[in-house]
Design a protein around this ligand. Structure first.
Ligand SMILES: Nc1ncnc2c1ncn2[C@@H]1O[C@H](COP(=O)(O)OP(=O)(O)OP(=O)(O)O)[C@@H](O)[C@H]1O
Ligand SMILES: [Zn+2]
Length: 751
């Protein structure tokens, strides 16, 4: 997707394949960010996405592709078929359809990024080459060579065996050295490949051929394991992308034909058979069936949907044939927005991660310097033997790889994001997860979060000679322009009563109080009893009646024409069944909940009583902002709203969570979203965030701890080269595996 903004920059997305570890990402980021015209680089190792902000004038995007390929990775533009994003030299023709369909077809001839032999070019010669350069192929060949060398050493002659080990080492290190050289030419001097090459050649130099070969072998093992682990972590995100059906049965003039789902346009009709996935967001025009929305929102109970109801792409039609009118283009589908959000979330880096990035930038050079000192100082100053200290220095070099440390955060976050997304819990990145884990207060907007947000009219009270029909006629007229839940309730009631709303002009919302409009030739209001009585629209008796409704937990509004009270309308919005449970769970987690409402204190108290929650009533939007600011100051606050009416409050909070089902959710306005109609998903989301942060802490300790231990044992000569490489790749694999545990984490389970 291409977006241009006022600063004259353009953002563009690419898919980069073969980046299985963090040093890969660091390398790509470093090399690409040095190119002229590139302002900002974001990389998602798990989503394989490279997002660049480039100068508008930059037309030579070819350079970007060349650079990434030179480093040994595959690259492809992400906006196939989009006219406004045509990159010279890119090959979108192999990449039609939805941008996520064609991951495997990405690699190029000179691709040699580690781990991913799946992404290989068509030409057989190139395929062989790529297979060798990826860890797996090299591993097979090296295993053979090492066995042969060991055998030669035992059975033929030690000298021949040694030479065989040297050969194995050189063959194994060649592709690594090539990558190191390419990176160095692009300004990335300190790379793990570079360290590996120096260590292997250095070991040969001090006649430790056997160990050099072993190190090269273990490095290949590590790359394969990293590739497997990263692939697993990636599957979570890829599984989301696979939810979008590839094809659709388009119906034109009663004839159906199969077309690509991505080609559907708004207004077209598609036929969805039972068992099929719905190919597009749309509205049912014909048929009634159970719809399983679990792939999109995580809600596992199928719901019956009929004509006029909205359905989401990716949901499963369980029972009967449906005709669906497409209402959104493929890239605007709810599921596409979710996928985009998850991918972007992976790139939005947590503060911890930024710290680690900075750390690793000086860590590697520092280790190189220390290694140099270790090699030089003991022999020069204390007359020790060179070989011993060269050996220890080389082993230290290998410990200089910050891979495990750098991958620790993104791997945990990627797992956490896909665990959440499977349950319809979305968080926009590491920073949000980090903040969610620290939250001490949760503020709920009342309507649509603790309650269903669909109030129903329960009582009508008329004054004087006014009839119920007249009351509704005026009320519905005034409300006809409003989308407020109370307005919807009044309009609904008028409709079922068969009352036509009177035409109204100049409708104006009185924030937090009600609505006014001109009906006929007089101004009329529908507003809170308090506002009405201040405006002579409600007398003492009427106010008392309103109070009674309010004490029952209903919301009453007064209807009046200029100076003439007409009546009262009482409405009730049911609590969500799990609202009380959610508040209880939050309390158990040490989090205090508060309900913020524009409703009056009596209604609020009646509702809060059933929930055991604190409340603040008659809050104007600015009061809500102030309350949130206060709670922000006392630790973090998570604000839950529907994301539509309360965007400012959501923004103000440390974390704003939009809650509601599917399209109702304004995904873009909040930091996080809950797609299922479950209030208990709020404590679940915080639990997931806490588990994620705990996982990150474990990972950082594993990575740093192992490094620290082996740093010491290496300097004292207790462990050697091959332990160093084992500790390094072992740490990376351990950290990734630990992160994968989050994929099985069940945040709904209380603990
Ligand atoms: N369209 C409307 N019709 C009638 N009354 C309204 C309308 N809009 C607001 N009001 C009155 O103003 C009060 C506060 O409304 P507002 O929309 O500001 O509350 P809110 O804080 O969004 O609601 P909640 O806390 O229920 O989510 C309502 O209780 C009602 O009395
Ligand atoms: Zn790597």
């Amino acid at each position: 997707m291409t977006t241009t903004n006022e600063t004259g920059t353009t953002a563009c997305d690419w898919t980069v394949s073969g980046m299985d570890c963090a040093s890969c990402a660091t390398k790509v980021r470093g090399a690409v960010s040095r190119l002229p015209g590139v302002r900002d680089v974001e990389i998602g190792i798990m989503s394989e996405r490279l997002r660049l902000t480039v100068d508008e004038r930059l037309t030579d995007t070819d350079k970007i592709e060349k650079t990434v390929r030179a480093l040994g990775y595959g690259i492809q533009t992400r906006a196939p078929g989009k006219k406004d994003f045509v990159i010279p030299g890119s090959a979108p023709e192999s990449h039609q359809g939805h941008s996520h369909d064609a991951h495997p077809a990405v690699a190029e001839a000179d691709h040699s990024g580690h781990g991913s032999p799946g992404h290989v070019h068509d030409d057989p010669a190139d395929r062989g080459k790529a297979w060798y350069q990826t860890g797996k192929g090299r591993l097979v060949i090296l295993t053979g060579l090492l066995l042969a060398a060991a055998w030669a050493m035992e059975l033929i002659a030690p000298q021949i065996g040694s030479w065989a080990f040297v050969a194995a080492c050189l063959i194994g290190v060649a592709p690594v050295a090539r990558r190191a050289f390419a990176a160095a030419r692009l300004g990335q001097i300190f790379t793990i490949e570079g360290l590996m090459t120096i260590a292997a050649l250095g070991a040969l130099f001090i006649n430790a051929a056997e160990e050099a070969a072993l190190v090269v072998f273990l490095f290949a093992v590590g790359e394969v394991l990293e590739g497997v682990a990263a692939g697993k972590a990636r599957d979570g995100i890829r599984a989301l992308a696979n939810l979008v059906p590839k094809t659709a049965l388009l119906e034109v003039d009663g004839v159906t034909r199969e077309v690509a789902a991505s080609s559907l346009t708004i207004g077209q009709t598609v036929l969805v058979r039972p068992g099929d996935r719905i190919p597009a967001d749309g509205e049912i025009s014909d048929g009634t069936s159970g719809i399983d929305e679990s792939p999109v929102t995580g809600e596992s109970i199928p719901r019956t949907r009929g004509p006029g109801d909205n359905v989401f792409a990716g949901s499963i039609n369980t029972e009967a044939v449906l005709r669906v009118t497409v209402t959104k283009a493929a890239e605007d589908n709810t599921i596409s927005r979710i996928i985009r959000l998850v991918e972007e979330a992976e790139e939005a880096r947590a503060p911890t991660e930024r710290f680690i990035d900075r750390f690793s930038r000086w860590y590697m050079p520092a280790i190189v310097a220390v290694s140099a000192l270790v090699i030089v100082i003991p022999p020069l100053m204390f007359g020790q033997t060179w070989d011993t200290w060269i050996y220890r220095g080389l082993a230290l070099l290998l410990i200089g790889c910050p891979c495990a440390l750098v991958i620790s955060v993104p791997a945990s976050i990627a797992s956490s994001l896909s665990t959440g997304a499977r349950r319809g819990m979305l968080m926009k990145g590491g920073a949000v997860i980090e903040a969610a884990a620290k939250v001490s207060h949760v503020a709920f907007d009342k309507t649509g979060t603790l309650t269903h947000g669909r109030p129903q009219v329960t009582d009508l009270v008329t004054f004087g000679t006014t009839t119920e029909a007249q009351l509704l006629e005026v009320a519905a007229g005034v409300e006809s322009g409003s989308s407020h839940p109370l307005a919807v309730a009044i309009m609904d009631r008028a409709k079922t009563a068969g009352v036509t709303p009177l035409p109204a002009r100049d409708a104006r919302a009185l924030t937090g109080r009600g609505v006014e409009a001109t009906v006929g030739d007089a101004l009329a209001w529908v507003s809170s009893p308090r506002h009405a009585s201040e405006n002579n629209g409600l007398d003492g008796l009427g106010l008392r009646q309103a109070t009674i409704f309010e004490e029952e937990g209903k919301t009453a509004v007064a209807v009046y024409r200029k100076g003439i009270p007409l009546g009262l309308i009482a409405m009730r919005d049911e609590l969500r069944p799990d609202a009380a449970e959610a508040v209880r769970q939050l309390a158990d987690m040490g989090i205090s909940s508060v309900m913020l409402t524009g409703d009056n204190p009596r209604t609020a108290a009646a509702i809060a009583e059933g929930l055991d929650i604190r409340f603040k009533a008659e809050m104007m939007p600015e009061d809500k902002l102030a309350a949130i600011r206060d709670m922000n100051a006392q630790g973090g606050v998570m604000m839950i709203g529907d994301g539509i009416n309360d965007a400012p409050a959501l923004k103000q909070a440390s974390i704003g969570v939009a809650m509601g089902s599917g399209t109702d959710v304004a995904l873009e306005t909040a930091d996080a979203a809950i797609l299922r109609d479950r209030v208990t998903d709020i404590p679940a989301q915080i639990r997931l965030a806490r588990a994620t942060m705990a996982n990150i802490r474990q990972n950082v300790s594993i990575a740093l701890g192992l490094k620290a231990i082996f740093l010491v044992t290496t300097v004292f000569g207790l462990t050697g080269l091959w332990i160093a490489i084992l500790a390094d790749t072992g740490a990376t694999v351990l950290v990734t595996l630990n992160a994968l545990r989050l994929l099985r984490y069940n945040p709904e389970q209380k603990r």
